[in-house]
Write a protein that binds this ligand. Structure first.
Ligand SMILES: *Cc1c(COP(=O)(O)O)cnc(C)c1O
Length: 424
C-alpha cells in the first residue's frame, strides 16, 4: 500500500479512480481513527473530571459575574490542552483577536518579538509588517525579527538562536502552513525548537498560533512545552457548532494578562456574559476530535485523487499532518476558478452562488474563495481558497463529514477533467 510509483492515470475516468483511491487509503484512514479515539478520550475525561453539568449551559447576562458555565469551560479547555489555565470567550471575535490579545499584552515598547516563518496575513498586520495600523506592535515601539525556515522546510537553528537576544520577550511559532507553500510545524519539531531555545534563552515566552491544528495530532503545543497557544472557535475546537469565539491556553500568569487586555485591568476574566449560553461550545468541543478527523480524511482523499490526476500536492496523501490544510497546485487560473466553483456548487449553503476572484489586501491578482458554510467564515466546514497567482495553488480545508468533502472533491476533479478535454 502507499505505492508512490503508480502511473499517473491522467485522463482516466474520475469515478474509477475514486474506488481505487478509497481502497488504497484504508490504512491512512485507520491511523486517523486512532488519533480521533485518543483525542476523544482526552476531551471526554476533561468533561468528566470537571463535572460538566446541564446547568453549565444556562445563559448569563449583564456583567456575567459568577458564570460557572463559562468558568468551567475554561477549566475543561485547560485540561484538554494540558495547560495551567485557559480563557475561552465569545467576546474573542476570531483567531486573529486571540493572538493579538497575547501579543499586545506580552510585548511592551522596547521589547522584541521573534517569529519563525512568515506569520499569517492578518497577524502581519497586527505586528505592523503590512498595513499601517497605528495600533500595531511595531507602531507602538516593539521591534521585530523574522527567521525563515530552511529551504528544505526544516528549522534553521543557527539563524533562530542568533535572532533571539536579551531584548526578545516572545518567540512566535505558527503550527499551520496557513496559505503558504511550506511545511506545517508538527508537535515533534515544535518540542525540539522549544527545548533548544529554552536551553540558551530560558526567559523567552513561546507563543503558538494553533489555528487549524487542534486535534490533528495526539498532542497540542502546550503539551510540547509552549507557554501559550491560541486559536479560533470557528475552526477546529468549536467542532462546527460554536457560532463565534476564541481561546487562549497556557501559563496562568500569561493567560491573566491576556484576560486583562480583553476586558480591563482589575476586571480580567471575572466579566463576560454569555446571553446565549454555552451548550454549543461544550458540545462542539466534545465533537471536535471526530470532526477534525472527518476533515483530515477529506484532505487525504483530495490529495490522493488529485495526485493520481497528475497534480502536485502538499502535504502528500501519506505525509505526517499537523493541520487540516491541503494545498494543491493546479497550475492554471482557469482550473482554479473551475475547481472553486465546483466546491461552491457542492455546498449545503449558497450552492447557487458563483465565486469570482476578488481583490484582497496583500494579494495581487485577488483571491477566489468557495465557502458555503452554516457559520460565516467557518473553515472547519468544507471550504477552498486560492490566491490568483502562479503556481495557482488552491488551499482546501475542513469538511464536517468526509462524505461531503468527498462529493465536493469528486465534482471539482470532474470539472478539471472537463476543462482539460475542452482545451484539447
Ligand atoms: C485562520 C488563521 C488565523 C486567523 O484566524 P481568524 O479567525 O481568521 O482571525 C491565524 N493563523 C492561522 C494559521 C490561521 O489559519
Amino acid at each position: 500500500m502507499g505505492d508512490d510509483d503508480l502511473p499517473e492515470d491522467k485522463g482516466e475516468n474520475v469515478q474509477q479512480l475514486v474506488t481505487e483511491t478509497e481502497i488504497e487509503l484504508a490504512p491512512v484512514y485507520a491511523e486517523l481513527d486512532l488519533i480521533a479515539l485518543e483525542n476523544q478520550r482526552r476531551v471526554l475525561r476533561a468533561f468528566q473530571r470537571n463535572r460538566v453539568s446541564e446547568y453549565h449551559f444556562r445563559p448569563s447576562t449583564g456583567y456575567g459575574y459568577g458564570d460557572s458555565g463559562r468558568d468551567t469551560l475554561d477549566k475543561v479547555y485547560a485540561d484538554v490542552f494540558g495547560a495551567e489555565d485557559a480563557l475561552v470567550r465569545t467576546q474573542i471575535v476570531s483567531g486573529t483577536h486571540a493572538l493579538s490579545l497575547c501579543l499586545l499584552s506580552l510585548l511592551k515598547p522596547g521589547d522584541r518579538l521573534v517569529a519563525l516563518g512568515q506569520p499569517y496575513d492578518t497577524i502581519q498586520t497586527v505586528i505592523g509588517l503590512t498595513g499601517n495600523s497605528p495600533g500595531s506592535l511595531i507602531g507602538s515601539g516593539v521591534s521585530y525579527r523574522g527567521v525563515d525556515f530552511a529551504p528544505d522546510g526544516g528549522v534553521n537553528y543557527e539563524a533562530l538562536l542568533q535572532a533571539i537576544d536579551d531584548q526578545t520577550r516572545v518567540l512566535l511559532l505558527q503550527r499551520s502552513r496557513g496559505y503558504h507553500w511550506r511545511k506545517s510545524l508538527g508537535m515533534e519539531a515544535m518540542r525540539d525548537i522549544i527545548d533548544t531555545v529554552r536551553r540558551s534563552h530560558p526567559g523567552v515566552i513561546v507563543l503558538v498560533d494553533n489555528c487549524y491544528g487542534e486535534f490533528v495530532e495526539r498532542e497540542e503545543p502546550t503539551h510540547a512545552g509552549a507557554d501559550l497557544a491560541c486559536g479560533s472557535l470557528i475552526k477546529n475546537p468549536g467542532g462546527g457548532l460554536a457560532p463565534t469565539g476564541g481561546y487562549i491556553v497556557g501559563r496562568a500568569d500569561l493567560v491573566e494578562l491576556a484576560a486583562e487586555r480583553l476586558t480591563a485591568p482589575g476586571l480580567g476574566r471575572e466579566v463576560g456574559p454569555v446571553p446565549g449560553g454555552l451548550r454549543l461550545y461544550y458540545q462542539g468541543l466534545f465533537l471536535a476530535p471526530h470532526f477534525v478527523v472527518q476533515a483530515l480524511k477529506g484532505a487525504v482523499f483530495a490529495a490522493r485523487l488529485l495526485e493520481r490526476l497528475g497534480f502536485v500536492t502538499s502535504p502528500r496523501y501519506n505525509e505526517h499532518r499537523t493541520d487540516i490544510v491541503q494545498a494543491v497546485q493546479l497550475g492554471d487560473p482557469e482550473a482554479v476558478i473551475a475547481f472553486c466553483r465546483a466546491i461552491q456548487a457542492g455546498s449545503p449553503v449558497d450552492a447557487h452562488v458563483t465565486p469570482e476572484a476578488a481583490p484582497l489586501p496583500g494579494y495581487d491578482g485577488g483571491v477566489v474563495m468557495a465557502a458555503g458554510t452554516f457559520v460565516q467564515g467557518a473553515s472547519l466546514e468544507f471550504t477552498a481558497d486560492a490566491p490568483m497567482r502562479p503556481p495557482y495553488t488552491v488551499y482546501l480545508q475542513g469538511g464536517l463529514t468526509k462524505e461531503h468533502a468527498k462529493l465536493g472533491i469528486i465534482e471539482a476533479c470532474e470539472a478539471l477533467e472537463r476543462l482539460k478535454k475542452q482545451s484539447g
